[in-house]
Structures are given as structure tokens and as C-alpha cells.
Design a protein around this ligand. Sequence first.
Ligand code: NAP
Length: 300
Amino acid sequence: MSLNNIAIIGLGLLGGSLGLAIKEHLPAAKTVGFDRDTDVRRRAAEIGLVGTVMETASEAVADADLVILCVPVGAMAAAATELAGSLKPSAIVSDVGSSKASVGKALAEALPSATVIPAHPVAGTERSGPDAGFASLFDGRWCILTPSDGTDETAVAELRTFWETLGSTVEIMDAEHHDLVLAVTSHIPHLIAYTIVGTASDLEDVTQGEVIKYSAGGFRDFTRIAASDPTMWRDVFLSNREAVLEVLGRFSEDLTVLQRAIRSGDGDTLFDLFTRTRDIRRSIIDMGQDDAAPDFGREH
Ligand code: NAP
């Protein structure tokens, strides 16, 4: 593994987990971290998320073979600009942002002479901040790399090996395609969760107490997703606008079909859809991406 010095910018859930995962799987690698928040820097040093926490981004990246930006997608351009003059010429710059086309563009513009390889580990939780990190976050999860045409293939191979060493399975994808796939599998589900939880709390004939008391009827699982970090998710929707609006259009049409089926007493349409969706759930469990235990197997 030639990426011996690794700098992590942003020491929240993703950055912290990355530091801990490197410590576990690549114990010989030297990790250096930076976060713009003083309290986060202090806490990251206290709990040892990285080997050394630096006071500036420039210091953090000065010796790095690999720099990974773990900040909200709306902050990627500013974070990259901050370290632009301090990178080693051979450094690979990557990120973990949830949308890829706009982040890739922002990084390429801020760092025109660097080797930029955008990445998205499809792994996370609804928690954020340095205390939310854990070493096994990337274990058995996908990590999607979206290098642009002409990116140095050796660097892409090195980044692939890095993520595989942390336990991830790597896929290479076009950034626009990534954004469409993730709009379907992650971004729209979050939007629906935010909407339904908002709708429930705005209802006048059902009290907030009743919503909380009877939440096990399905609402509770939406609240877990709707508790996700507001900054991160605001940025995801603004940065993946095109794909989100495209999938949202399709979703609205399908919702109208169900609305019509319910109004006209068309049980077959409902039954057929619910049978198809149950098969999708089974396929996810078969692929090891979740388990069948009650409440999605999450610990309480
Ligand atoms: P997080 O826990 O909120 O951590 C982000 C950290 O970055 C915060 O401490 C933030 O400080 C800091 N930061 C913001 N701008 C910065 C800058 N310019 N320089 C240095 N530090 C800066 O967020 P996260 O969940 O780790 O998410 C990080 C990235 O991972 C996002 O791009 C997200 O899309 C992606 N991602 C998240 C998940 C998930 O489930 N959470 C999954 C996959 C990918 P402030 O609080 O002061 O802003």
C-alpha cells in the first residue's frame, strides 16, 4: 500500500469512522486530521480518531499521499480551496460526499493540477459528529468511485485498494449515473421521510402525543431517517437537484396511481405493487445489505 500518509478533512461521522477504520486495517499508515470546528478538533484528539489533529487544513495535507474530504457536499469547494497550495504534487485527493457530479466539478475547479478521484462510501447512519464514528462503518458496504475520463489509472487502482482494505466493495461509475441511482435509493427515501414526519407533526386532528405513542405502526422507522443531519441533507438536495427532481416526478406519478386505486377500490393494483416491493426487500436481505430481524435488526 503506497498511501502511507493520509489526511482527513472533516472529523464527523464519516471522517471519524475513516480514521478509526484506517487505524484498524492499515495500522502502519499515518493519519492526520483537521476540522474547522475547534470543539470537534479537541474531541477528535481526545478519542484518537486520527494520529494527529492539526490546527489548519494546510498543515494537515502537507505530507499526505491521500487527502479525503469528509465535509458536507456544500462545503467541498471551500475545503478544497483552503488546501490548494499545500498539496504534494503526487497526492490523490478524494472525498466521501453523497452526490458526485457537482462535487467532482467543484474539486476539479478548486484543484486544477491535482489528481482528483471523487468517491462515495454507501455507508452511514442518521448520527453525525466525532462521537458517531466507528471503525466497522465501511465493512461489507459499497464504495463508488467516479473518476473522470483520463484520470491516472494507477491512482484509481490505489484508491480502490485502499477502500477494499477497509472492507468495502468498490464499483466504478459515471458521476451522473451515480447521482441518479442514489437519488432513487437514498435521496428520495430521505425526502419522503422528512415529508411524512413533517406532515404528521402538522396534523391538527391527531395530537403529537398520539403520533409518538403509536409510532411503532411504521412511522418510527421514518423518524430514524428524518433525524439525519439537516446540513448534510440540505446540501445533498441542492447539489443533486436534477436527479432528485427527475425521480421525484416519477414518484409523484406513481403516488397518484395508488391514490386512484384506493379511491376506486382497485385492490389488485395495491396487492401487485406490495408483492413486488416485498421481493425487493428479500433481495436486499439476500445480498447481506440488511437482515430480517425485527426493526431491521438494529440494536436498542
Ligand atoms: P458530520 O458528522 O456533520 O461531519 C462533517 C464535519 O465537517 C463537521 O464537523 C463540520 O464542521 C466539518 N466541516 C465543514 N466544513 C468544513 C471545512 N471547510 N473544513 C473542515 N471541516 C469542515 O457529517 P458526515 O455525516 O460525516 O458527512 C460528511 C460527508 O459524508 C458529507 O459530504 C456526506 O454527504 C457524506 N456521507 C454521509 C453519510 C451519512 O450517512 N452521514 C453517508 C455517506 C456519505 P461544522 O459542524 O462546523 O460545519
